[in-house]
Every structure is written in C-alpha cells, then in structure tokens.
Design a protein around this ligand. Structure first.
Ligand SMILES: Cc1cc2nc3c(=O)[nH]c(=O)nc-3n(C[C@H](O)[C@H](O)[C@H](O)COP(=O)(O)OP(=O)(O)OC[C@H]3O[C@@H](n4cnc5c(N)ncnc54)[C@H](O)[C@@H]3O)c2cc1C
Length: 242
C-alpha cells in the first residue's frame, strides 16, 4: 500500500479561524486556539473549508468499496472497464503471511493464479475488458484518488481507526492520519477512534479484547446508565413546555 498527499488547502488554520470569526467566534483568540476550540466543541462545519487529496495505490478492490461508503468525499478509482488487468497485483491478508498458515496461503495464491489465468485467456480469446473483468478477485490491486474535507476526515478517522475496522482499511486510515497530523497537528492531535475522541466508546458490548483502550475508556452504556432515568424525566418535562 502506498499513500501520498497530492494536495492540501494551504494556511487552513487561518482560513478556518477567519470563517469562524464571521460566524461570531471571539476574535481576540489566536487562530490556533479558535481551531482547537472548534474541534473540541464539535463546531465542525467551518472545518469543511480545508480539503486534502490523497493518492492511494496498491490497495484491494475490497478496501476501495469500503472507502466508497464514505459519501462525503470525491472518489476516483482505476477502471477495470478501460484498463488492462493481465498480470495484476493483489492484496494478501497479513494473517496468511504468519507462520503456520502456509497451507491457507497456498490456497489463496492458487485462487489468484486461477483468476489471472482465466482473465488472460478470456482477453486472448478476444473478450472485452469490461466482460473479462468479472473473473477478477476482490483482492485485485487498484489505484484511488480521494479528496475529503477535514470534517469528513474526522468522521472517517473516528470510524476507521477503531480496532473493529477491517485490517486493510485500518492500515490505510493510519497512514492517512499520520499525513493529516503532520499537516495540521492543531486539528488532528486530539482525534483518534470514536471512544478516544468522545471520551466514551459507542461500541459498547461489541468492543473486542484487542481494543487498547478497553480498560481505560468507559462504554457509552455505563455512562448513560448513570443518568438516563433522570434525564428522561427532564425530557418529558421539556416536551410539555409546548
Ligand atoms: C466497524 C465498521 C463496520 C461496518 N460494517 C458495515 C456493514 O456491515 N455493512 C455496511 O453496509 N456498512 C458497514 N460499515 C460502513 C458504515 O455503515 C458507513 O457506511 C461508513 O462507515 C461511512 O460512514 P458515514 O456514513 O458516517 O460516512 P459518510 O458517508 O462520509 O457520511 C458522513 C456523515 O454525513 C451524514 N450523512 C451522509 N449521508 C447521509 C444521508 N443520506 N442521510 C443523512 N445523513 C447523512 C452522516 O452524519 C454521516 O455520518 C461499517 C463501518 C465500520 C467502521
């Protein structure tokens, strides 16, 4: 997997602070302080003024489908309709590269070889790329360009840095996160998965044991359970106001 930053909005901190001032944010604070407040208090629509464009290569089509689920972004992917895929590269899950998984790795590589042979034969028989492509595997390497604004990236990081995200997209997310952190530490240094960012983990019971925060971050249910009944009575009262 390779991840490169193609373009980033320059001087984004000043831009966001200027936009925030238009909406009434206290203007004696520094631009950095304003941006930190915006991130902390989740006044995030002004963060949409900063865009980052990433060039992502050697990822699987399976990952690209997950990436495409993030609708608040601009997506461009390599076309299997127009591009030749003979001799394609493919993703191998790290799990299969472990010691003791030799047989599983062999089966996997054989499936890739069979797909490659089928695709190549179909192409040699004159079948068009747009028809031959249906024998290609989800592991097929693809190339991707994605542009996301910072608000959408925060949402992306909170969801995909979680240990419950699939390993390949979590690796991509971490690489994108490192780039973002380098570009705009004032925005990204207090962001990680939803549990860290919100201070409670919404994954509740499905939080797996490999979650590094499991012992220190409370579940949403635990926190909510402490005030839920009282809060519901307040809501009932509020509803009677009108
Ligand atoms: C651990 C994990 C497991 C997952 N498992 C599955 C699964 O089993 N099946 C599956 O289909 N997907 C699954 N997903 C994908 C998930 O459901 C989301 O589609 C994906 O994470 C994109 O998130 P998003 O909608 O917040 O992002 P975006 O599409 O970028 O949207 C960003 C935000 O914009 C708002 N928004 C966008 N579109 C709308 C809309 N139409 N209406 C209202 N508000 C909108 C929402 O507030 C949303 O959070 C999984 C994701 C994770 C992280």
């Amino acid at each position: 997997m390779e991840v490169k930053l193609l373009r980033v909005t320059e001087e984004g901190i000043d831009l966001v602070a200027e936009a925030a001032k238009v909406s009434g944010v206290f203007s004696t604070q520094s631009a950095k302080e304003i941006v930190e407040l915006i991130v902390d208090n989740d006044y995030s629509s002004v963060l949409e003024h900063i865009d980052l464009t990433f060039d992502i290569s050697r990822i699987s089509v399976a990952l690209s489908r997950e990436l495409l689920e993030h609708r608040i972004a601009s997506h461009t992917a390599r076309s299997t309709r127009y591009m030749e895929e003979k001799g394609f590269g493919y993703y191998v899950p790290r799990e299969l590269e472990r010691k003791g998984k030799e047989e599983e790795a062999r089966i996997y590589r054989e499936a890739m070889k069979n797909a490659k042979e089928a695709y190549t034969k179909l192409r040699e028989l004159g079948i068009a790329k747009e028809q031959a492509r249906y024998v290609l595997p989800l592991a097929l390497h693809t190339h991707y360009v994605v542009t996301m604004n910072v608000r959408s990236l925060l949402n992306f990081f909170m969801l995909r840095l979680c240990v419950r995200a699939a390993p390949e997209i979590r690796e991509l997310t971490m690489r994108m996160y490192k780039i973002c952190l380098e570009e705009y530490p004032a925005i990204f240094s207090n962001i990680w998965c939803r549990g860290f960012t919100l201070g409670v983990c919404p994954e509740n019971e499905v939080r797996p044991n490999e979650c590094p925060f499991k012992k220190i971050l409370p579940k949403k249910q635990e926190i909510k359970g402490k005030f839920e009944e009282r809060a519901k009575r307040i809501i009932e009262k509020e509803l009677k106001t009108f």
